[in-house]
Write a protein that binds this ligand. Sequence first.
Ligand code: NAD
Length: 506
Amino acid sequence: MEGNRDVSAQQTIRVGGEWRKAASGSTRDILDPADATVLAVVSEGGAEDADAAIAAAREAFDTGPWPRTPVAERAALLRRTADLLIRNREKIALLESRDSGKTLEEGRVDVDCVADAFRYFADLVMNESGGRVVDAGSDTVHSVVVHEPVGVCALITPWNYPLLQASWKIAPALAAGNTFVVKPSELTPLTTVDLIDLLAEAGLPPGVANLVTGPGATVGARMSEHPDVDLVSFTGGLRSGTEVMRAAAPGVKKVALELGGKNPNVVFADACATEEGFDTAVDQALNAAFIHSGQVCSAGSRLIVEESLRERFVTELALRAGRIRLGRGTEKAVECGPLVSAQQLAKTEEYVASALAEGAVLRSGGRRPEPSEVRPAEGYFYEPTVLDHCHREMRVVREEVFGPVLTVETFRTEDEAVTLANDTEYGLAGGVWSADPGRARRVAGRLRHGTVWINDFHPYLPQAEWGGFGKSGIGRELGPAGLAEYREAKHIYQNLEPRPVRWFAG
Ligand code: NAD
């Protein structure tokens, strides 16, 4: 038993404060991607489970205490949840590592970041809980804009950062006073199930946090279209995001989408003028492309390097990519885990094959590694792959692979670098490497991406908005805008001395 959940009975659906099985009785095996063995068995929910969870969230919003709970108490609950996450850090990090394939150390970093998100939104909501008095131009009018919770939120999350992506939605949703139903990815639901237990332990009233494990096509689709849902916040791929938006349209729901990316990492030769600069830029290009086996929405999967630097840079990069230690994420010396599923592995192989057929030159990787003691043959491992001589007509340059595949393009001028970097339908993130601060800022200013790193790649801050231009999404998570997504602004105009207006003579 965990919380009041009977793990052996696959009770992974949370409705109105109770754990239960899927109404259909169906279950799903959750696989360890390092060896394809069954890690856990969860309930495979369906539309009827989504309906039950939404009804519970609706009731908790309409008649329960949470939306009316003083903001200080809501913030305190968020802080208690952060403390509980840190108390359980090792356990959650291990579960996340085994479920998603990421290394244990990455799992620990994720738990810390999740706790930070809860603390950040606790602080933010305390600072931004007051209304805004508006000058109505009259002493006899009191005009104020207040912020209220949106209502019932449907939160749908992906498999690459299961708990982190959930926290970027759950923490602001709760801070603002909403109730929610969360649907984690069917591939990696385990830590989100644990988080719901921790929220209950922290004192969240029943019905505020509901969870349905199950597929996107049934549970996610139902959540997106359901008339009792007020907001859908989705993180995932472009195709599913488009379907969510379509399903939400007839109900004119608020929709927030965090979708994919095809993120450029632009390296000017001047960044590599010293040995130290060269080493740093190569090291960070590796990190940008291959951390978590490239299964990162902001992965720097397109290296755009100045032509004069290409040969030296790509040679060193390919050498170091070949040395990355692949294996089960929980093994100590391992630097990179497997892909999440057989499907993701097949997709990666298919992209590399198509790139080679289209003329790309393989500089490293391009295959599954030999099995070893830390790398079972059944695991979904793929070698970090560097593809040189790429161009935008290639699918591998245009489409998100979501695997350990880095493409190389080159430029001669600053304008050309900017054009290449912006030559994507996405616009999530990008990096610029230059020793010339003016050039770096100029290029950063011209990139059409939601986050731009100068001489760095990947860091994010909870207090800074995260999200995308173009087809990378709608809306922002984190930062003040990440809380605003979960609030409705209401203008209350109070006439202190009402009199007839006499617009109509009679
Ligand atoms: P996915 O789109 O396959 O699934 C994401 C979630 O949506 C899952 O819970 C899935 O069950 C659900 N879903 C699928 N079809 C649905 C539908 N028709 N209606 C409602 N829900 C549906 O994505 P994934 O493979 O789990 O995750 C990888 C994708 O997520 C990548 O494209 C990646 O770039 C993106 N991502 C983006 C961010 C960001 O911050 N922008 C962060 C992480 C991941």
